[in-house]
Unconditional design. Structure first.
Length: 384
C-alpha cells in the first residue's frame, strides 16, 4: 500500500480528510429526516431479526416470517397506543381541574413573590422615603373628597361609543385547515410512513443484501465486513433490548410505588416516568414530570410530592449506577467524555431524536472501528 511521504502529500491528504468530514456533517444535517428514518428502520430490523429466525425454524419462508413478525409488532404497538389513548382521554376530561390547580399555584407563587418584594423594600429602602411615598395616599378627608368631586365635574364627558363593524371571514375548508396544520410535519410524517416497509424489506431481503455486499470485497476484506456487520447487529440488539428491559423494570417499580399512594393515572405516569428516566443526563427531571403533573389536581399534601420525587430519584440512581452497566454498558464500551460529546454533536444535528440515537450511533461507529484493522486506533480512542 502506498503511503505519501512528502509534506505536500500529507497536507493534501489532511485537507481532503477535513473536507470529507465537513461534507459528511452537511449531509447529516440537511438529510436528517431521510437518514433518521433509515437508521430507525435498520435498528428495528436488527432488533426483530431473532424473531424472524425463530419463525423460520418452523419452516416458514423468510418473506412470510418477516411479514408475521412485522404484523405482530404493529399489533403490539397499536394495542399499547390504544391503552395510552384511553388514559389520555380520561386525563382530558380532568383538564379543568388541572387548569384551576395550576392557576392556583401560579397565583400563590405571585403572591409569595409580592410579599418577598415588599419585605425587601421595607428592609432596604429608608423609612423616610417609605413615609413620603405613603403621604399622598393618606391625603383624604372632606377636603380631599371635595377636590376629587370638583376635578371629576371638570372632566369632559366621554363620547358615545362607536359601533364596531365586524366582517365575518369565510369558513376555512377542512382540507385547507388540515394542510395548514400538517404542512410543517409533512416530511416527517411521510418518512415515518416508510418505516414499516423498510423494516419488512430489510428483514426479508437480508440474505440477498448481505451476499451482494460481500461480493464487492475479496479475501480478508470480506471477513472483516462480515465480522463488522455481525458485531454491529449484536451491539444494536443488546443496546435496544437492554434499555427496553431496564425501562420495563423501572416502569413496574414506579407503578407499584405510585399505586401505593393512590396517584391518579399511575398506569400512564409509571411507564412514562420509567422510560424517560433512561434519557441520558436529563432523565431525572424528565422522569419527575409525569407523576408530579398527575398529582396536581388530586392532592395538596406536600408529603405525596416528596414521596414521588424521592422514589423517582432513588429508582433513577439505582438504575444508572447498578442496573445500566449490567444491562447496556457491557455492550457499549464508550468513555464518558465521548458519550457527552456524542450527545452534543447528534443533538445539534438531529435535535431530540439525535439525543436518543447518539449513544447507539457512536457505539456502532466504535464497533466498526474495532473490526477494521486500520481504524482500531480510533476505536480505542472512543472506548473506555
Amino acid at each position: 500500500m502506498y503511503t505519501p511521504s512528502t509534506p505536500a502529500q500529507r497536507s493534501l491528504q489532511t485537507g481532503l480528510g477535513i473536507l470529507a468530514a465537513a461534507a459528511a456533517v452537511v449531509l447529516l444535517y440537511y438529510g436528517r429526516v431521510f437518514l433518521i428514518t433509515v437508521t430507525i428502520a435498520a435498528m428495528i430490523a436488527f432488533l426483530l431479526e431473532p424473531l424472524v429466525d425463530l419463525f423460520m425454524k418452523f419452516r416458514l419462508p423468510r418473506g412470510l416470517a418477516s411479514f408475521v413478525v412485522c404484523s405482530i409488532s404493529l399489533l403490539v404497538l397499536y394495542l399499547a397506543g390504544l391503552g395510552l389513548y384511553n388514559e389520555a382521554q380520561l386525563m382530558m376530561e380532568d383538564l379543568p381541574a388541572y387548569s384551576s390547580r395550576i392557576n392556583e399555584i401560579v397565583d400563590d407563587a405571585a403572591a409569595r413573590a409580592d410579599r418577598i418584594e415588599q419585605q425587601i423594600i421595607r428592609s432596604v429602602v429608608p423609612r423616610k422615603f417609605q413615609d413620603g411615598a405613603a403621604e399622598p395616599a393618606q391625603a383624604q378627608g372632606p377636603a380631599g373628597t371635595a377636590a376629587r368631586a370638583k376635578k371629576k365635574k371638570a372632566e369632559p364627558a366621554d363620547p358615545p361609543p362607536i359601533q364596531e363593524v365586524r366582517v365575518r371571514p369565510e369558513p376555512t375548508p377542512l382540507l385547507a385547515y388540515a394542510y395548514t396544520y400538517l404542512r410543517d410535519y409533512y416530511s416527517v410524517l411521510l418518512m415515518a410512513s416508510f418505516v414499516p416497509f423498510l423494516v419488512y424489506f430489510i428483514l426479508s431481503w437480508r440474505d440477498h443484501l448481505r451476499s451482494r455486499l460481500l461480493v464487492m470485497f475479496e479475501g480478508d476484506a470480506r471477513y472483516t465486513i462480515t465480522k463488522a456487520i455481525d458485531g454491529l447487529a449484536d451491539m444494536v440488539r443488546a443496546y435496544v433490548i437492554g434499555n427496553f428491559l431496564l425501562g420495563v423494570l423501572l416502569s413496574v417499580a414506579s407503578a407499584v410505588l405510585f399505586a401505593t399512594v393512590k396517584l391518579p393515572y399511575w398506569i400512564i405516569a409509571a411507564p412514562l416516568s420509567g422510560f424517560l428516566s433512561l434519557v441520558p443526563y436529563i432523565g431525572l427531571p424528565l422522569a419527575l414530570i409525569p407523576p408530579v403533573v398527575a398529582a396536581l389536581p388530586a392532592t395538596r399534601d406536600p408529603a405525596i410530592y416528596i414521596f414521588v420525587i424521592a422514589s423517582v430519584a432513588i429508582l433513577h440512581l439505582l438504575a444508572l449506577n447498578f442496573l445500566y452497566p449490567k444491562f447496556v454498558g457491557s455492550r457499549v464500551h464508550l468513555n464518558p467524555l465521548v458519550g457527552t460529546i456524542a450527545l452534543m454533536f447528534w443533538g445539534m444535528l438531529w435535535g431530540a431524536v439525535g439525543l436518543l440515537l447518539a449513544i447507539p450511533l457512536t457505539a456502532a461507529l466504535k464497533t466498526l472501528c474495532d473490526n477494521v484493522s486500520s481504524l482500531r486506533p480510533y476505536g480505542r480512542l472512543l472506548g473506555d
